[in-house]
Design a protein around this ligand. Sequence first.
Ligand code: ZN
Length: 561
Amino acid sequence: MSYDLLVRNGTVIDGTGAPRYQADVAVAGSQIVKIGKINEGARQVIDAADLIVAPGFVDPHTHYDAQIDWDALVSCSSWHGVTSVVMGNCGVGIAPCRPEQREALAWDLVNVEGMSFNVLSKGVTWEWESFPEFMTARRQGLGINLGFLMPLTPFRSYVMGEEAQERAATAGEIVQIAALLREGMEAGALGFSTTVATQHVGYRGRPLACRLASREELGAYARVLRELGSGAIEVNLGGAGSSILPQGAPELVDFLLTESRRSVTWLSVQTRSDQPTAHRELLTNTDALIKRGGIPQASCQPTDIQFNLRNPFLFGPYEVCHQLFNRPLEEQARIYADPNFRATFRAAYTKAPKAFSGQWQRVEVCKVKKPQYQSWLGKSIAALSKLQGKDPLDTFLDAALADDLGTEFSMAVLNFDPGLLREVITDPRVLIGLSDGGAHVDMLCNTGYPTYLLGTWVREREVMSLERAIQRLTAEPAHFFGLTNRGVIAQGKAADLVIFDPRTVAAGDKEMLYDLPGGEGRFVQRAEGVHWVIVNGAALLADGKHSGALPGQVLRSNARR
Ligand SMILES: [Zn+2]
């Protein structure tokens, strides 16, 4: 009885891309201590015959900052074998925060990440003011490991107050913000995040605070990482799915790389069937940046969303739609009905299409509020517009207005052509992620991407080996964020393991679950074929069910004092 845990008879795929091999894996405490033929016993023995033993998956792009206050299992990520998540992406978050700023930061999350204000009001505990306090508040009682990026918006708001949404910081403010970032890094944060995406509208419809950071500011913040020799930067550049990044975006990545001398990950490479060569051109255009460590993120599954017109997130890239954010229903209805609004909106998406581009055959009615509109269900706006003999935008908005803006629409937004998406996910230049876990939960659920990669891309479509897919889900993101103790199975590494059946592993159906604070709903996706999830040497999921253990830890960078 010399070990705490022994995983016996499994097939180990270690995360490095190396070929699989048969071995037992022994764990003592939270560490892998031996790999090979092991004859000694252990306190707990798992028989992994016919199963794959892989490192726990590392999700590099999530927004669980609020959800961890009410969901210790960090679902759905943990269900799919994710044992570590990086949170605080895209410049938005809830720390640091003075009590009087709570409402504004919550509204930022509503606008940028599609969270519900009611859920945040009921669910967030606000047991912190500084960023290190936020990290400490999350130390105990969680199922999986949390990595913290520092989102620039709350840092700027903390120092500049409401003016953070109006202007660049002064020299004095830059010094203060940089000092707070350094303090966060020394507490173990993994770097910082920001966005320049124009659809990221903040509190009261004004720009999200971090979007107004000047180059002088960003340079000073990047140099904090350079001085510490630690951390990475995540930047959301906007313009998802076109071949050309928004103006100034490549220069920004270049600038951040130069000033920080650290890695930068940027959003994103997506595929669009109306621009079938866009992703290729984007990767070619940014090849030099990628070679210097400016790594683009990509999704490995289609983005299907469900939305209603109360939440105008999808229209955020269009200036004319900013007036719709955070308005009462009557006011939104008045705007949607206004012929001038419609004309401007129509001209905008026709001239410069974004993710929402007036491709009406892809927008379908999936739920109606009033029973008399049942006949719309399953029909596309293109079909309804033909039936009604009306312009499609008018058809779309009139339908929603007649249904008190309660109509739910579904839309395949991006990455729905497997032929195009295959090119991206097999390209070694991208970092696979973009689950956006914790965000847009009433519209979509992409947190099951690891099992989707293993089930759909590896087993069904055979586009890459299981070894390569696991490397993409483990060592690649762990390495990017400097998590040297995670992402591979090796002696001395943290015992984060996922044990799954390669014949059945899959991302299951999506469904609405009403388990958010206040009983609100969210989309979830079940995992299939994931038998065991081990975090820091303890079984979190046993035969797919929560064991009761909460072995997660806060991941800390090497800048930690
Ligand atoms: Zn994000």
